[in-house]
Design a protein around this ligand. Structure first.
Ligand SMILES: NC(=O)c1ccc[n+]([C@@H]2O[C@H](COP(=O)([O-])OP(=O)(O)OC[C@H]3O[C@@H](n4cnc5c(N)ncnc54)[C@H](OP(=O)(O)O)[C@@H]3O)[C@@H](O)[C@H]2O)c1
Length: 282
């Protein structure tokens, strides 16, 4: 099995350098897919209350031969639970749904600045960590201004900030702000989601040929070499294995630059996902 490299967080935690995404991975099929990923070597499983699949994650944990303490279970607080008391209850409820008694990692899913309650949501995560419900606390889709506000308010810096990042939207400002604050960036939709064609991009394909690797592996390397943890979803065992087989090559600086040059700025975002505009619907 491939040995996965690691990242060190600002709270002293060590995480595997690649996480498993689970959007739309549900039910019995989802359990098989997560189990095959664990067999392939994934240890960090990224879920969210909004994905309606925390039950499936719990089932995979129970059926896996890998001990619970070797898995890193990460979920996310939904927007409807940003108020302090609701947030604490949601974290507990989410733990019951999965059937575990602590989260290794837990994030605020979206800042929802129009709702304006993400500061108290962050306070709830800070306290839930003290209560022993969560080991590492972080955020998702937070812009530098949101990070600044929660740090000012609580004095606690998130350990990670999971944000959209793929070759068509490299999210440079957020990555830079995260780095300056010592926050690890996690990249969501590293392949630009099904609607984008980054895996078919000619520049990426050429780079992949040069290293005798696949486009997906090149994108994962581009993230790792920029100190970003990709959260990669794959339901196929072959892809799951390929996406971990990335620790035997290194992209040259000019290849990294060529991928950076594919950035389309705001036009490259997955539609409707600007953190100041995005509204959660459930
Ligand atoms: N925090 C947030 O707001 C947020 C938002 C979006 C996503 N996320 C997280 O990020 C995760 C990843 O994002 P995503 O699910 O949108 O998509 P993604 O990981 O960018 O792309 C998944 C697609 O890529 C394909 N794929 C995977 N490995 C491949 C390979 N080696 N070769 C060719 N195709 C490959 C998959 O197909 P197969 O299944 O056939 O392999 C699937 O169609 C999510 O699952 C979720 O956990 C978080």
């Amino acid at each position: 099995m491939t040995k996965i490299e690691t990242f060190e967080l600002n709270d002293g935690t060590t995480l595997p350098a690649i996480g498993l995404g689970t959007v739309n991975v549900k039910g019995a099929k989802g359990v098989s897919s997560v189990l095959s990923a664990i067999d392939a070597g994934y240890r960090l499983i990224d879920t969210s209350t909004n994905y309606n699949n925390e039950g499936m994650v719990g089932e995979a944990i129970r059926r896996s031969s890998v001990p619970r303490e070797e898995l890193i279970i990460s979920s996310k607080l939904p927007g409807a639970a940003h108020e302090y008391d609701k947030a604490i209850m949601m974290i507990q409820e989410s733990l019951y749904r999965i059937g575990i008694d602590y989260f290794d990692k837990y994030l605020i899913h979206w800042p929802l600045p129009k709702q304006g309650k993400y500061e108290e949501a962050w306070q709830a995560l800070v306290d839930a960590q003290k209560f022993g419900l969560i080991k590492t606390i972080g955020v998702s889709n937070f812009l530098p201004e949101h990070l600044e506000r929660i740090i000012d308010k609580t004095g606690v810096t998130p350990a990670t900030n999971q944000s959209e990042r793929h070759p068509y939207f490299n999210n440079k400002e957020v990555v830079k702000a995260n780095n300056e604050l010592g926050i690890l960036t996690e990249a969501w939709s590293p392949f630009g989601r099904e609607i984008n064609d980054v895996l078919e991009n000619e520049t990426i394909k050429k780079i992949a040929e040069k290293y005798d690797k696949e486009p997906a592996q090149v994108i994962i390397r581009w993230n790792l070499q920029n100190n970003v943890m990709p959260i990669v979803k794959s339901s196929s065992l072959n892809h799951q294995k390929a996406n971990l087989d990335v620790f035997d090559f290194e992209l040259a600086a000019d290849d990294l630059q060529q991928i950076d040059n594919l950035d389309k700025g705001e036009a490259g975002r997955v539609e409707g996902q600007h953190p100041n505009e995005y509204e959660e619907f459930d």
